[in-house]
Design a protein around this ligand. Structure first.
Ligand code: FA5
Length: 340
């Protein structure tokens, strides 16, 4: 019986060693240690042995049963680990995969338009400068020659943070800041946010964007102003777009003009985008810098002249892209944003 026990154990050990699946291991366990297993059967047959032989054989069988059980357990752990390793390898997450599934954002149409305008003016030799969105009443109104009773100074038009500090209602305050630095000649543009207590409608927003342009030098004329505007309009909207200059009034320029263009969508024939007028909405205010403004900034108005204009960036974007409601620029509707 002893030989038989060793033989069974050796065969069991070899089969455990060769096993490649948990199912195989389970079968081995049943075959040797199960209810009717070979080792179990031998244990059951101990009663047929003599009293003297029984203890030693019982001890041996128990040792071999424990040995086989331990080997099956170890092999089970090994196979489980191997299974996990294969799974980890197969399921490794490739963080570079499917990258096109994620949406990539981009600059808003307003920022794209401001960058395009700045690039255009830089090519024409202008400096790009920035100015604060909160400014003094002096920079925003007084030094721009605005009379104390001018309606734009009213609380119903301008957001006051205190008696002397406002959210700038136009970028013209940057003109004053640059002129006061005293470096001449000046050729600059400055774009950014502006704020007015305006009712929201298709073409008005209480927060909108302007770009200011200022040139101060000896011999600057209205012809230079018109020429500069024409060049930038054609570059922005196309060669076939015509510019219209209408007389206007601003306290800080004399003479003053308002400017619009033929609708770039229908080329002036009339379409939905221009309400069938053939003309864009008003795009910008312009004029020759008032001598009082030059003097307020310490510039000799007998020697120097200048022109300036301030355009609505939102409206430039609207006219260029045929957008008929300014609110679309601020709604953050992806269907709209994705078009640009
Ligand atoms: C001015 O703001 C002057 N500072 C422009 C100027 C500068 C004139 C330098 C002369 C010399 P105006 O209020 O017209 O002008 O505004 C200029 C442009 O800003 C308008 O033509 C329009 O395009 C835009 N704009 C004005 N108010 C709004 C608003 N509430 N929403 C959107 N765009 C506006």
């Amino acid at each position: 019986m002893k030989d038989q026990v060793y033989k069974i154990t050796e065969t069991a050990k070899k089969r455990i060693d060769d096993a490649v699946s948990l199912k195989e291991l389970n079968d081995i366990k049943v075959k040797y240690l199960g209810k009717k297993g070979e080792i179990t059967s031998l244990l059951k047959s101990l009663s047929s042995l003599s009293k003297e032989e029984r203890p030693a054989m019982g001890k041996l069988l128990n040792e071999k049963r424990n040995e086989i059980d331990k080997l099956i357990l170890e092999k089970t752990e090994y196979l489980n680990k191997e299974k996990l390793n294969i799974k980890v390898k197969e399921e490794t997450i490739d963080v570079t995969a499917n990258r096109n599934k994620h949406d990539v954002g981009h600059f808003s149409l307003i920022n794209q338009t401001m960058a395009e305008l700045e690039g255009l003016f830089q090519k024409m030799g202008f400096d790009v400068v920035s100015g604060p969105e909160i400014d003094t009443v002096a920079n925003v109104f007084d030094d721009l020659n605005s009379p104390k009773n001018h309606p734009s100074r009213d609380l119903t038009d301008t957001f006051y943070l205190s008696d002397n500090v406002v959210l700038r209602p136009h970028t013209s305050s940057v003109q004053i800041r640059v002129m006061k630095q005293g470096k001449l000649p000046i050729r600059m543009v400055s774009a950014g946010r502006t704020f007015r207590n305006d009712e929201v409608d298709d073409t008005h927003s209480p927060m909108f964007h302007q770009m200011e342009c200022l040139v101060v030098d000896e011999g600057v004329s209205l012809a230079n102003l018109k020429d500069t505007i024409n060049i930038f309009i054609k570059n922005m909207f196309g060669d076939d777009v015509k510019t219209r200059f209408r007389p206007h009034y601003f306290p800080f320029t004399e003479p003053s003009l308002e400017v619009d263009v033929t609708c770039p969508i229908c080329k002036g024939k009339g379409c939905d985008a221009c309400n069938h007028t053939g003309w864009s909405m008003e795009l910008l205010g312009a004029g020759m810098v008032h001598p009082n403004v030059l003097e307020n900034c310490g510039i000799d108005s007998e020697k120097y002249t200048g022109f300036a204009f301030g355009m609505g960036v939102d409206r430039i974007a609207m006219v260029k892209h045929g957008i008929n409601d300014i609110r679309l620029l601020y709604d953050n509707d992806k269907r709209f944003i994705e078009q640009f």
